[in-house]
Design a protein around this ligand. Structure first.
Ligand SMILES: Nc1ncnc2c1ncn2[C@@H]1O[C@H](COP(=O)(O)OP(=O)(O)OP(=O)(O)O)[C@@H](O)[C@H]1O
Length: 727
């Protein structure tokens, strides 16, 4: 029997009152706006906008989630501020400085709090109350065990099943996370941490915290960037649920606003060349090489007259314009003015000397096709796509532009025939973005940018982000150990230097809130293979226990995997089937044929119980159960085999299953035979297989066993091969 908290009713009353006040406050404000007789259209428009914002501002999630008591005051903490009729504060917003003590207090170090209380509520009804700090007992707690510092409220929150979208966690932010959320730096704040340490959640809450506490930054605009669109879909609801809907959120590829779309993939080495910082110099130099005049003279026909300008005069004008540090298109306009002025002056002088009337103005000279053609040769105009396409397909130009910057092998990787068409890759997008900036200079800028999974960024991608944040104010979330692409680094130094000239502060999160300890231990063997210095996080989850390793034939594989998902669905768990990219289509088609409904992970469709995810898009995601398929195939198809497996195996909150028909890669095989080290069950027990069957099949198997082995019980391990029995 559960005992109700002695102050339950009183707290329920407080929560209801807070909701009531909020409802009334919003209704009153709404009425005031509706009643306001706007005399002008623009005022009416502004009022309608205010009304829409107000109606949205109710938000979702619980209104009041905590209380803290000091000797002389009691404060309730919530998702937003609530006042009573006398304008006295009833609920303090989580982001207000007054709420800081609530997050800083731990049972070990309660500060000056007598009480820290956490509420769990649904639809305005309290479900539970957890008293995390009660001063009398706080002093008696003395421990060096880090996990002992984890609050009960957090553990209870983590037990809730996932529903396919990331949630805000304002009620249970932990002290080490809160320090990062309100980090004072205006420069680059790096949050390094293993899988499931809360980097994404911390980054999003930091964005909201800055939005509330730094109007200067909010005014300049804020942006959150995810490496892929499925990951963006997964977490994009968090900021609106924190009442900050004006922060832009986009995936990395959407940064480039030009025409090109990604339709192809680069070979590894090509991606490395295109993503390197040298590429920015290649593009800059290539553009410069297209500027100039090597003819002796320019002749502009003007009726029967000719305007003649010497080559050295033209070169002097070009050099003068070149020294101005302005974008290419703008500089061309300056050159156009300077050249038309020069041509007009020459025409004026010539006509005067020959006693003839001046026939042209600067405007007529600018309209001469000979003038425009000459200008195109001196200072050509390009779209970013034209410029990069033309560079890639012109050997002589590539050679000149890359001389001393790239090796001949590297240069050869950039070349493609003009006939290859428009197959742009992701790395190309950032060359185009750089080109676009050189050509046009205009780019949307922000006061602060939050980058998720930043460990994989190429220098060119980092430069694209730096351009969008001239103040260099970034929150950089990532785990160097989870770098699965071309860019693997030992430290954050090089990457953060591309983002900002100021030094970065690196903050490490060490507690794992997602992955159960046993699954993390198995995944960590991949980290050992990488030889990384980075330790896996310290997990505070038990989950359902050991990961299961299931071997079956190639023919059985897909059905076996989907049968597992059915079991998880029946148990009320969400699951993800993480497959090698090359098996994605096959799995999808098989699910269709079976009539199983699957979410398509490539589209960020996480609302169903089961989602199919290609391993290359699994980073950052989270599910109750994860079935990782054919690790050997994942390893052979990945740039960073062990790191990719580490990522795939750290997506679950409850249970990890590995299903394979091919021999397991390193990091798995050696664990199976030793039952003592048994983090892993190589062969499933009969009981486990039996659980997978439908009731009718279970009855059949029971009958079969009874016939074969007289009184054997299914829960015992028989000498028979369980696979034989389940067929
Ligand atoms: N203080 C907290 N209260 C409640 N839940 C939390 C807290 N911190 C983290 N979590 C939960 O832990 C899980 C992992 O968090 P998150 O996805 O932010 O980790 P991550 O470090 O970004 O992981 P990865 O490296 O895999 O991208 C999420 O479900 C998140 O909501």
């Amino acid at each position: 029997m559960t005992v109700q908290h002695p102050e339950f009713e009183q707290e329920q009353g407080y929560v209801e009152r807070a909701y009531d006040l909020l409802d009334r406050g919003l209704a009153e404000a709404e009425q005031n706006i509706v009643n306001f007789d706007a005399l002008h259209r623009s005022t009416a428009h502004a009022l309608n906008r205010a009304l829409a914002i107000l109606r949205n501002s109710r938000g979702s999630g619980q209104l009041v989630f905590g209380r803290m008591d000091r000797d002389d005051e009691t404060l309730y903490i919530g998702r937003r501020r609530v006042y009573d009729e006398q304008r006295d504060l009833v609920v303090v917003g989580w982001h207000a400085p007054a709420a800081a003590a609530f997050y800083d207090a731990t049972p070990q170090d309660p500060g000056d709090l007598k009480l820290k209380r956490v509420f769990f509520e649904e639809d305005r009804r309290l479900l539970r109350i957890v008293d995390e700090v009660v001063r009398a007992s706080a002093e008696s707690v003395a421990t060096t065990d880090r996990t002992a510092a984890i609050s009960d409220a957090l553990l209870q929150e983590l037990d809730r099943s996932r529903d396919g979208a990331m949630r805000e966690v304002v009620a249970t932010i932990q002290a080490e996370q809160y320090r990062v959320i309100r980090h004072e730096s205006d420069g680059v704040v790096v949050v390094q941490g293993g899988p499931g340490t809360g980097k994404t959640v911390v980054g999003l809450h930091r964005a909201a915290w800055l939005a509330f506490n730094r109007p200067d930054i909010r005014q300049r605009g804020m942006l959150v960037v995810a490496p892929s669109s499925p990951l963006l879909t997964y977490f994009s609801g968090v900021l609106p649920s924190l009442d900050v809907s004006d922060i832009d959120q986009m995936d990395l590829e959407s940064l480039y606003g030009g025409e090109a779309r990604v339709t192809a993939t680069d070979a590894l080495e090509t991606a490395r060349v295109k993503g390197s910082a040298e590429m920015s110099m290649v593009l800059q130099r290539a553009l410069q090489q297209r500027i100039g005049w090597d003819e002796d003279e320019l002749v502009l026909p003007l009726g029967a007259d000719r305007i003649r300008i010497r080559g050295d005069e033209i070169r002097a004008v070009i050099e003068e314009v070149r020294t101005r540090k302005i974008p290419h298109a703008e500089a061309r306009e300056v050159l156009r003015q300077a050249m038309s002025a020069l041509a007009f002056k020459r025409h004026h002088e010539d006509q005067r000397q020959q006693n003839r009337p001046v026939r042209a103005t600067e405007a007529t000279i600018k309209r001469l096709s000979a003038f425009t053609n000459a200008l195109d040769r001196m200072w050509p105009t390009y779209t970013p796509e034209e410029f990069v396409r033309s560079l890639y397909s012109t050997q002589s130009w590539l050679t000149a532009a890359t001389d001393g910057l790239l090796t001949s092998d590297e240069r050869a990787r950039l070349f493609r025939s003009a006939l290859d068409g428009e197959a742009w890759t992701r790395a190309d997008l950032f060359c185009l973005d750089e080109a676009s900036f050189l050509l046009n200079g205009d780019v949307m800028t922000y006061g602060h940018i939050v980058l998720d999974e930043a460990q994989d960024l190429s220098p060119m991608e980092a430069r694209a982000l730096a351009r969008r944040c001239p103040l260099g104010s970034f929150t950089v979330l990532g785990d160097l150990a989870q770098a699965t692409g071309v860019w693997v680094r030992d430290s954050w130094d090089e990457l953060t230097r591309h983002l900002s000239a100021t030094s970065a502060s690196v903050n490490t999160l060490t507690i794992g809130y997602r992955v159960p300890a046993a699954a993390l231990a198995l995944a960590a063997r991949q980290l050992e293979l990488v030889g990384s210095d980075l330790a896996p996080p310290q997990s505070i989850r038990q989950g359902r226990g050991k990961p299961q390793v299931w071997r079956c034939s190639a023919e059985e594989l897909i059905d076996f995997v989907f049968d597992l998902t059915v079991r998880y669905r029946d148990e009320g768990l969400t699951s993800a089937v993480i497959v090698p990219d090359s098996m994605y289509a096959e799995f999808f088609a098989a699910a269709d044929a079976r009539g199983d409904k699957l979410g398509d992970g490539r589209d960020g469709d996480f609302a169903l119980d089961v989602t199919l995810v290609p391993v290359s898009l699994s980073k950052g995601l989270e599910f109750d159960a994860v079935i990782a398929v054919e690790p050997a195939r994942v390893a052979s198809e990945s740039v960073q085999a062990a790191r990719q497996l580490y990522v795939a195996m750290t997506r679950c909150t409850q249970q990890l299953d590995i299903v394979h028909s091919e021999p397991l890669p390193a990091g798995f095989s050696e664990v199976a035979p030793d039952p003592q080290s048994a983090d892993v069950t190589e062969t499933p027990s009969l009981g486990e297989l039996f659980d997978l069957l439908t009731e009718r099949d279970q009855a059949l198997v029971e009958a079969l066993i009874r016939r074969l082995a007289a009184p054997a019980l299914v829960s015992e391990e028989p000498a028979l091969d369980p696979k034989e029995l389940t067929r």
